[in-house]
Design a protein. Structure first.
Length: 176
């Protein structure tokens, strides 16, 4: 994993992939609902398409984050591939649900939504978080030396608490 990936988000790869899988389950649950016709015609159609945009944008975002923290090269490309494959699976699943019909336009809307979200993560959110987190969070060694300077405390030269015979070789000096 690149050193900046996890630092930018603070997320472990396993948790990021669990979020992707859980969100895929949410989409599967929504796809399992039978046709919900409100009788509003074009308004119902628009609401359904906005639903596609919302859930697949989130899938694109979560998959981009998961690929980022896992150190996958070309994370946006692979996120789009993942979203497109799941959109195809979703439409195939809908063909077995009463009142639902698979539509190629839904696959296109889902894929484009995921692509836009993945691009937004790679272009805007990730660099912003990386810059912000880097400013507020320093490596342990820097924090320790800054703490020692503020409180005029010398860090032990060797591990073991600075006691003779504990954690270091005979003859090593211990700074107190």
């Amino acid at each position: 994993m690149p050193p900046t990936a996890r630092r930018a988000t603070g997320v472990r790869p396993l948790f990021a992939w669990i979020a992707v899988i859980v969100w895929m389950g949410v989409i599967f649950g929504f796809s399992s609902l039978p046709g919900l016709d409100t009788g509003l015609g074009h308004i119902n159609f628009g609401i359904a398409k906005l639903g596609h945009v919302a859930v697949f944008s989130m899938l694109g975002l979560l998959s981009a984050i998961a690929m980022d923290v896992s150190g996958v090269l070309h994370r946006v490309w692979w996120s789009v591939v993942l979203v497109a494959m799941y959109a195809i699976f979703d439409e195939l699943h809908q063909s077995f649900v009463p009142g639902r019909d698979p539509m190629l336009t839904d696959v296109a809307i889902d894929t484009i939504s995921g692509w836009i979200a993945a691009m937004a993560w790679g272009r805007f959110a990730r660099p912003f978080l990386a810059k912000r987190r880097w400013r507020t969070r320093r490596p342990f060694a820097e924090r320790r030396s800054a703490h020692a300077e503020r409180h005029e405390v010398a860090a032990p030269a060797v591990r073991g608490g600075g006691e003779p015979g504990v954690g270091h070789a005979p003859g090593d000096e211990v700074i107190r």
